[in-house]
Design a protein around this ligand. Structure first.
Ligand SMILES: [Fe+2]
Length: 247
């Protein structure tokens, strides 16, 4: 009996050490990861089909797969017209410039970025991230990600509340963001096609985003942006969001 008690205690101790490693050490290791380091890097490298051209990513789901939350017609126009437009404009604007052979992240963090490249580069990057974190099959956050969310916001519901508020109160067109700054998570919003990577923006590495341009929801929700935001939470694949921290 005494031996069993001792064994359980050792196991508990080991579990505690592993938990500490998982929830405390990993964020520290991530802090050492330099998102703004030298060299070309991109979470969307596969979307560049050669040294010069960014490529519109194919969606991993059908246009109608996100219904009833995001309708098929909006998804089709959003991806094949709006996102394709930003991508083509970006490729045309960087042709023959210093930005031609850079990853999209390298372009976006550049100082004094010309307005056209800022708008269309943001439009390219932001929508790539947006499509990536959406899924017809919602995936809940892991224990590890929940621990990070709880540390930064107090609870998962409080994080959703803060993010939804950022999305709802962004005046005009823009984006809401969940970012990782090396220590924890933060929420902000940006106007137009700006994103946290850009000079003068809110900072951090974007891991989750929501498009609040009217083109993202008007056909189905008209002026009811809060309903669109509510629907969004049914489509988030949190395993992808977590992977974005380390990608
Ligand atoms: Fe959009």
């Amino acid at each position: 009996m005494e031996k069993k008690t001792k064994k359980v205690t050792r196991r508990s101790l080991l579990k505690s050490v592993l938990s500490f490693s998982l929830y405390s050490i990993i964020p520290i290791q991530l802090k050492a990861f330099s998102f703004f380091g030298e060299g070309n890097f991109s979470i969307f490298d596969t979307n560049k089909n050669n040294a010069m051209n960014f490529k519109l990513p194919e969606l991993k789901y059908a246009y109608n797969a996100l219904e009833p939350h995001f309708d098929a017609r909006t998804m089709e126009i959003h991806h094949s017209k709006h996102h394709a437009g930003y991508t083509n404009n970006l490729n045309n604007l960087i042709k023959g410039t210093e930005f031609e052979d850079k990853s999209i992240e390298k372009i976006l963090i550049s100082k004094d970025l010309p307005a056209g490249i800022r708008n269309n580069g943001g439009g390219f990057y932001n929508h790539c991230l947006f499509w990536k974190i959406l899924s017809p099959n919602k995936v809940d956050p892991s224990e590890r990600l929940l621990s990070m969310i709880n540390s930064s916001f107090g609870s998962f519901d409080k994080m959703k509340e803060d993010f939804s508020k950022a999305a709802a109160t962004r005046f005009g067109s823009g984006w809401a963001w969940l970012c990782y700054d090396g220590n924890g998570l933060s929420i902000c919003s940006t106007p137009n096609q700006d994103n946290p990577l850009m000079e003068g923006a809110c900072g951090g590495k974007p891991i989750l985003c929501l498009d609040v341009w009217e083109h993202a929801y008007y056909l189905n929700y008209q002026n009811r942006r809060p309903d669109y935001i509510l629907a969004f939470w049914n489509l988030v694949d949190w395993s992808v969001v977590e992977n974005n921290i380390e990608d």
